[in-house]
Write a protein that binds this ligand. Structure first.
Ligand SMILES: [Zn+2]
Ligand SMILES: [Zn+2]
Length: 377
């Protein structure tokens, strides 16, 4: 068959195991008819690359919609399309509705830092790895408090603490945080005494591990380990920022490149380098995202900030027990192991020194007033 320039050749993309390349899966309709069902049409490919991009573009101005949601409506795996065709600003603004409910005290940090790369701690005594959630681990505090109360027979047996047993309560006593939950059930509302909040540095392995910071000499060792780990992570983040990869915000294009065109610059975005694409290219990792990542690291070790969050959490607990029928959770007291506090302080001082060198939160007055200074002189 002779094929000339401008000829149209119909094709259909089919599902073929072991063949990844799309062009290799393109078949003529006659071939498909002859195959008698051996070449099924790749419906997912058509939905994700032919239907989703234009629909996502049409729906982009409608608030509360995003590509992931539309992908879900089309029966596609929504998780793959979360940051689909979005700019860093849009990524920061859109919400993850599928996340499990979070504690009020943590909500602001959780919202703010949800796209940050999370910080993991490894226990050098039992090699257990966990994600550091901050100075206080509210989720574990809740479980520990619930366990302490039910052990004392003060919670109805139907009120099991959320999230299963976990090693929290056994560990906390080791950290000098003896649960002192108490309540009076005789007539009237249940009153609960404060229970020390679980330190974020206590090891949750559940195998009776003495934890990261057991003795005075652990303080320097653990502080240094954490600071080294942070240094490596921060360097990687800074390297990613300086890579300066730009990505097209058009879902149909999604082109990534470090190449820039000289065609107009608007709103921090530059015209896409792909021929005929109307999209704009934005940094894959912006200075705002880098700053937010550093703020996330800082928040993890900030004891003053953690005490504020704890107060907010206690307020939420009070409000919840006033309005609902569930028995109130004990109030958390911001008692923290002295050794842990020293580690947090050491690491926090380090992160603050890194933040100070980051220029994002500073306004260069000299550059703003340069014209005026010139005019005056
Ligand atoms: Zn451990
Ligand atoms: Zn593009």
């Amino acid at each position: 068959m002779a094929v000339r320039v401008g000829d149209h050749i119909p094709y259909i993309i089919c599902e073929q195991k072991d063949v990844n390349q799309v062009s290799a899966r393109a078949h003529h309709p006659k071939e498909i008819a002859d195959a008698k069902g051996a070449l099924p049409i790749d419906i997912n490919w058509y939905l994700s690359s032919q239907v989703l991009p234009p629909v996502a573009r049409l729906c982009a101005p409608i608030e509360e919609t995003n590509a992931a949601q539309i992908a879900d409506c089309l029966g596609l795996d929504a998780r793959q399309f979360h940051s689909y065709g979005s700019t860093p600003a849009a990524r920061a603004a859109d919400g993850d509705e599928d996340d499990e409910p979070i504690l009020a005290a943590h909500q602001n940090d959780e919202e703010r830092f949800k796209r940050c790369q999370k910080f993991e701690v490894t226990c050098h005594k039992c090699a257990h790895k966990w994600q550091l959630t901050g100075v206080f681990d509210f989720a574990r505090s809740t479980r520990a408090a619930g366990a302490a109360l039910s052990a004392a027979g003060l919670l109805a047996s139907t009120q099991t603490p959320t999230g299963g047993s976990g090693g929290g309560s056994a560990m906390d006593t080791k950290d000098g945080a003896t649960p002192t939950g108490n309540a009076t059930t005789a007539g009237g509302p249940v009153v609960s005494l404060p229970v020390p909040a679980v330190s974020g540095l206590s090891c949750p392995s559940g195998i009776n591990c003495p934890g990261l910071v057991e003795h005075k000499h652990d303080v320097i060792r653990v502080s240094t380990t954490l600071i080294n780990q942070l240094t490596l992570e921060i360097r990687a983040q800074i390297a990613m920022f300086y890579d300066a990869v730009m990505q097209c915000d058009d879902p149909a294009c999604g082109r990534r490149s470090r190449q820039l065109t000289v065609r107009g610059v608007t709103n921090g975005g530059v015209a896409c380098i792909a021929p005929k694409c109307q999209g704009k290219m934005y940094p894959r990792y912006s200075s705002a995202e880098l700053y937010n990542q550093l703020m996330y690291y800082s928040s993890l070790f900030d004891t003053a900030h953690a005490r504020d969050s704890l107060q907010a959490e206690n307020k939420r607990r009070r409000d919840a027990s006033l309005s609902s029928t569930a028995p109130p959770l004990p109030q958390l007291s911001p008692v923290i192991n002295k050794l842990h506090e020293e580690v947090f302080a050491n690491v926090h001082t380090y992160v603050e020194s890194v933040l100070e060198r980051n220029a994002y939160c500073y306004v260069q007055l000299a550059s703003i007033f340069k014209p005026q200074l010139h005019a005056a002189s």
